[in-house]
Design a protein around this ligand. Structure first.
Ligand SMILES: C[S@@+](CC[C@H](N)C(=O)[O-])C[C@H]1O[C@@H](n2cnc3c(N)ncnc32)[C@H](O)[C@@H]1O
Length: 343
């Protein structure tokens, strides 16, 4: 029944187009009701059972946003509108600077996707760039792409190798899948927009079956002061130890982090990376995550002050343009500085 309904979702174009003007009017709640259907490269570093520094509350310290880290687009509504425009140029202009096919394949390798029958959910799947890497190993009919942006999903729908994937509009922090549903959970480049990343990872745990693997690919925090400033204004660039802690708190075992980055950066991480690591964990027991969370940080149904929204959206978008320039700067440096020398 579950898969039938998802197939229906794929066939129904309203699922990717019928969004209300204020955005985020998810249709997916009808797909499954919780409880009803018993719901790298050369710089590669793999860290096993990393010990996190410091501690965070169950809802994660990253969502508290101190004044020095306003993260204007780390919100569902702002992210929705951000991708309304970004989806137009995402595959051709934005992605090539941050997220290459080589990087994608390296990042997906720890997810162990080498079985065509695996049931995979790609959360924040957007235009399907990462899904194209998944369907190299898994039959497209077994893959569901979920995203909150119908504009991004519309691009995924146009891609021939993804024609058989199920396409669902929904929220990473409240997945419309039953508990113990999928063999693999993949999410690439989306966590930075989630107001409560711990909640998204806890959902990853819930929807996986026992022994299933979650693979979250995302940014890493810059150390160079100017890059750190723009990163913190734009969105969430987690520290490596934060990823590990979110996974462990959600209940995952065998948590590993693999560093990735564009080749022309030559391993430089001081400017941060929009796709800087691939974190994996294994679900050891069936059922819900042992972590109990309070109410959601952002309630999308709550009306927002349009001036506050516009202010956040404009400042966040301006900050993001810095990260369009960084890969170009690094590419030029890579061309100028002789091989073997630091850049
Ligand atoms: C940088 S794109 C990554 C797309 C794709 N995974 C890839 O690898 O190219 C981030 C995606 O996350 C989606 N997103 C952001 N917040 C989300 C949320 N709360 N729930 C679902 N999707 C979300 C955005 O709409 C966008 O399509």
């Amino acid at each position: 029944m579950a898969s039938l309904m998802l197939n229906g979702a794929h066939q129904n174009p309203n699922l990717i187009s019928g969004i209300a003007p204020n955005g985020l009017n998810f249709h997916n709640k009808c797909l499954f009701q919780k409880g009803v259907l018993s719901h790298g490269n050369k710089l590669r570093v793999v860290r096993k059972n990393f010990t996190p520094k410091g501690s965070m509350s169950a809802s994660s310290s990253s969502s508290s946003r101190p004044g020095s880290q306003p993260r204007f687009i780390q919100h569902k509504k702002e992210a929705f509108w951000f991708y309304r425009f970004l989806s137009i140029v995402y595959d051709h202009i934005i992605n090539p600077g941050h997220w290459t096919e080589d990087m994608r394949d390296e990042a997906l390798e720890p997810a162990d996707l080498y079985n065509r029958n695996l049931r995979v959910v790609d959360v924040g799947g957007g235009t399907g760039f990462t899904t194209l890497g998944i369907v190299k190993h898994v039959d497209a009919k077994n893959v569901t792409i979920l995203d909150q942006s119908p504009h991004q999903l519309a691009k995924a729908k146009q891609k021939e190798p993804l024609k058989e994937c199920k396409i669902v509009e929904g929220d990473a922090e409240d997945l419309p899948f039953p508990t113990d549903y999928a063999d693999r959970y993949v999410s690439a480049g989306s966590i930075e927009y989630w107001p409560d990343p711990q909640r998204g990872i806890t959902e990853a745990y819930r929807v996986l079956r026992i022994g299933g693997i979650a693979c979250v690919i995302g940014p890493v925090h810059p150390t160079f002061w100017l890059s750190r400033f723009f990163a913190d204004v734009w969105m969430l660039f987690p520290k490596e130890e934060e990823y590990i802690e979110w996974f462990k708190k959600a209940g995952f075992k065998d948590v590993k982090l693999k560093r990735i980055g564009p080749k022309w950066y030559r391993g430089v991480r001081r400017h941060g990376l929009i796709m800087g690591c691939s974190v994996t964990g294994v679900k050891p027991l069936s059922g819900d995550s042992p972590l109990q969370l309070g109410p959601k940080v952002e309630d999308v149904k709550k009306p927002v002050n349009p001036f506050v929204f516009l202010y956040r959206f404009i400042l966040g978008t301006i900050a993001s343009t810095y990260f369009v320039l960084v890969p170009i700067y690094m590419w030029i440096k890579d061309k100028i500085v002789p091989r073997g020398m630091p850049i």
